[in-house]
Design a protein around this ligand. Sequence first.
Ligand code: SF4
Length: 209
Amino acid sequence: MANTELEPEERPKTLSAVDAAIHACRRCPIGFLANTAVMGEGPKRAALMIVGEQPGDQEDRAGRPFVGPSGRVLDAALERAGIDRRQVYVTNAVKHFKYVQRGKRRLHQSPTTKEIDICRWWNEAERAIVKPQVILACGGSAVRGVLGKSMAISRARGRPHPLDDGSELWVTVHPSYLLRLRDEMKEEQEALFQADLAAVTERLAELAG
Ligand code: SF4
């Protein structure tokens, strides 16, 4: 059954129940790989939720989101922006690590649009519990996972996008994108990423009144 066929009242009502449910989930092919579901982490109620694409190799092994190289980029940028990660609920649009095996290495594979759309039901369950005021989606898959449709980050960043539940979506690139860049392009994109986090910091302060 596609997740979209399930009613909101069928969703788990606690984070621990979501955690158990995603570990049992095999609603898309990614769940049949040799991996483990990675639940979001953070306070049960958080003003800010950060959504990435999917767990990477290190996240899959650790069972925690954003702990690999991308996580280190995110952590450093959050610190510079004055955001305490411990106050943030950090999660992914897709809960299992999608990869292809090459020898001993597991190489990241992007989830398909269909896989993201199926898995977004779980992030909706997290959102219904955590009730963030601001959601920062990092990368195109995360945007799709939150919105249920695609949106160009270059055109959408730097401003809020109201969501049906009263929260607002902000968008930026995924930190892994910054890791792949070099020279001026890297500096330019890192500055934009930092500016996106600064805008979120400012917005959170406004909302806190
Ligand atoms: S990736 Fe998401 S939808 Fe697919 S099996 Fe894992 S939890 Fe289920």
